[in-house]
Write a protein that binds this ligand. Structure first.
Ligand code: FES
Length: 263
């Protein structure tokens, strides 16, 4: 166990744990696919432990899976992103997010390393050959599904918009979105209290307060949002009806900076 976090493209020591990372899994089937991959990867690079995690919606989140490994006192974790294509900024985003979590955690952390995009591996050609053998013809001959079924207009009073503009994303907005969506499922927020819907949004305006979300009907802006802030906004604002002043920003007609709560 080391007390410093570092991310390198090559890590000489064998990992104690491998973390397979995907973006989202909404339904049971893709979640089971990930579990199967984890079983197939057991022993990969000599690692005794192989876990899965999701950077957006899905359980466990990256935060949950990584913190569980830290609780288990593992020495070296190899992070394997499985997304295709992998955004060029992904490794930067991952480093920033992990640094933020590391800064708020007093425990010693394992050393961390991360693999390159799966497309850079020569194994990809073999994988594509294997996949080609699983191909099934698509039947497009039937009628198009009728669209005249109608829809319920949602009765929920509250809406949370989570900004996904570039400054917010580089400040970790997608993990904030994933955390909010996971909590929405766990706490049944759509049907609890006055009901809450959530949505991703383009830039909400105050980019220097990233990551930003906005809660309606009040229109309250929250800035510098962390997972802990999301938990408080859910408990105090969405369910309790009170704005969380520690993270709220109101229009003043003047530029505002993020408040550092530790000062
Ligand atoms: S990018 Fe999020 S507020 Fe502008």
């Amino acid at each position: 166990m080391t007390d410093n976090t570092h991310l390198t493209h090559r890590e000489p020591s064998a990992p104690d744990a491998v973390l397979l990372v995907a973006k989202s899994a909404f339904a049971a089937a893709p979640h089971q696919d990930m579990q199967r991959l984890a079983m197939q990867a057991e022993g990969l690079c000599g690692a005794q432990t192989v876990r899965i995690a999701f950077t957006e919606q899905g359980t466990p989140s990256l935060h949950e899976a990584l913190f569980e490994l830290i609780d288990e006192d593992v020495g070296h974790v190899l992070i394997v992103p499985l997304m295709l294509p992998l955004e060029p900024s992904f490794h930067n985003w991952m480093t920033k997010t992990l640094k933020r979590w590391r800064a708020g955690d007093v425990r010693p952390w394992p050393s961390l390393s991360i693999t390159a995009s799966p497309t850079s591996s020569s194994l990809m050609a073999r994988l594509l050959e294997d996949l080609a053998e699983t191909a099934q013809a698509l039947d497009l001959s039937g009628p198009v599904r009728p669209t005249g079924e109608g829809s319920l207009v949602p009765a929920q009073k509250r809406r949370v918009l989570v900004c996904q503009g570039a400054p917010c994303n580089s400040a970790g907005a997608d993990v904030i979105w994933g955390h909010l969506r996971n909590q929405q499922e766990r706490q049944k927020l759509r049907v609890t209290g006055e009901g809450t819907m959530t949505a991703k949004s383009t830039c909400l305006g105050p980019c220097n307060l990233a990551p930003v979300l906005q809660v309606f009907p009040e229109g309250t802006y929250y800035g510098g949002v962390t997972e802990e802030a999301v938990d408080r906004i859910i408990a105090e604002h969405l369910l309790g009806g009170s704005i969380v002043d520690d993270f709220a920003y109101h229009p003043t007609g003047r530029k505002q900076r993020l408040r550092n709560l530790s000062e």
